[in-house]
Design a protein around this ligand. Structure first.
Ligand code: FE2
Length: 287
């Protein structure tokens, strides 16, 4: 397998969003506006929280793309303007196709708020092709128990398959375009290769430890972006401690991106329509 090279490595800057959620926004950032089809990646926490300290994302709309929430610790209670409601717990993934639009809140679960704890997770935004932007909203609420975790033959690499396929195991979540979303853990000395279609864009986000990608090293909170010059990527852990990371790859959509806050469409006119639909309550109302 020919291997892709890393074109850039940069560090996700600490930031804050919602009503005071500490996070690192990997992109959009000065170093990377987006990586078609990926529009945004936030690393939430890990933030230790005392009783009553947990914060979240009060009601806000979305249209034209998908939000993927993957939680490692804590809990997020989700509620939307069409009556959907649920709690995302550690290991769970919520793959939400906002499509034509909804208003939702993502707030700390009752236990996390009352007792405190740690909030730690990720939110990824995946763009939708023009034809799917106005599809009815859809949820794939996927509990940890339904998400496959696979190990290599040596037992030195574990992969949680959120989407796509690795080591002969397929994820259970449907995606509109081909997406690979793996949470990989490499023990010291481990090496891992993953085939990725030559047409797809790919990046890694390092959660913990330091890994080697091609010849380039990246450590916790760093993003490494791959070129499209090979059939796959090689990830190694040359260090003394384990490395944990997200490997994301997706088929670029290749259409114009018009973006305004929580709306991602193809043209300015469609954005104005989205703002109007939201303000007129056509995405529903969350009381
Ligand atoms: Fe949201």
């Amino acid at each position: 397998m020919t291997l892709r090279s890393v074109t850039k490595v940069f560090t996700a800057a600490p930031s804050r969003d919602g009503d005071g959620v500490d996070l690192r926004r990997a992109f959009p950032a000065a170093d990377l506006k987006d990586l078609d089809p990926f529009l945004l990646l936030d690393h939430l926490g890990p933030t230790p929280l005392g009783p009553g300290e947990a914060r979240g994302f009060p009601p806000h709309p979305h249209r034209g793309f998908e939000t993927v929430t993957y939680l490692l610790e804590g809990e997020i209670e989700h509620r939307d303007s069409w009556g959907n409601h649920g709690t995302i717990r550690p290991g769970d993934v919520q793959w939400m196709t906002a499509g034509s639009g909804l208003v939702h809140s993502e707030l700390p679960g009752e236990t996390l708020l009352r007792e405190g704890g740690t909030l730690h997770g990720f939110q990824l935004w995946v763009n939708l092709p023009k034809l799917d932007k106005m599809t009815p909203p859809r949820y794939q609420d996927t509990p940890a128990a339904s998400i496959p975790v696979v190990r290599n033959a040596e037992g030195t690499v574990s992969a949680k398959v959120v989407a796509g396929e690795t080591l002969g195991v397929k994820g259970v979540i449907d995606t509109r375009i081909p997406i690979l979303y793996l949470h990989l853990t490499l023990q010291p000395g481990a090496r891992f290769e993953q085939a990725i279609p030559k047409t797809s864009n790919a990046l890694v986000y390092v959660i913990e430890g330091a890994g080697q990608f091609d010849e380039i090293e990246a450590s916790a909170h760093q993003v490494a972006v791959f070129d499209r010059g090979g059939e796959g990527v090689r990830i190694a852990n040359p260090g003394p401690s384990r490395v944990s990371l997200l490997l994301l790859a997706g088929e670029p959509i290749g259409q114009p991106v018009a973006r305004y806050g929580p709306f991602v469409m193809n043209s300015k006119e469609e954005l104005l329509q989205a703002v109007d639909d939201y303000q007129q309550g056509r995405m529903g109302v969350l009381g």
